[in-house]
Design a protein around this ligand. Sequence first.
Ligand SMILES: [Zn+2]
Length: 71
Amino acid sequence: MDCPNCGVYNPEDRTVCWRCDQELPKPKPPKEKKDPAALQRRMWIIVAIAIALWIVLTWLLPVLLGGGATP
Ligand SMILES: [Zn+2]
């Protein structure tokens, strides 16, 4: 990032400017570690998959157990 004091470029991992020793602002974190919305979305996807599996199993099990005894 560029130094807010003197405008010179500094590598992202530096905490102070190499030129004027001004403290650099912290770089933004690459990813939000805790995102409740994303967690909730993932939970709903898991719930949807579980419900879909349950429906498929309840539909398939009688067919499989019945051994194709349909008329
Ligand atoms: Zn500087």
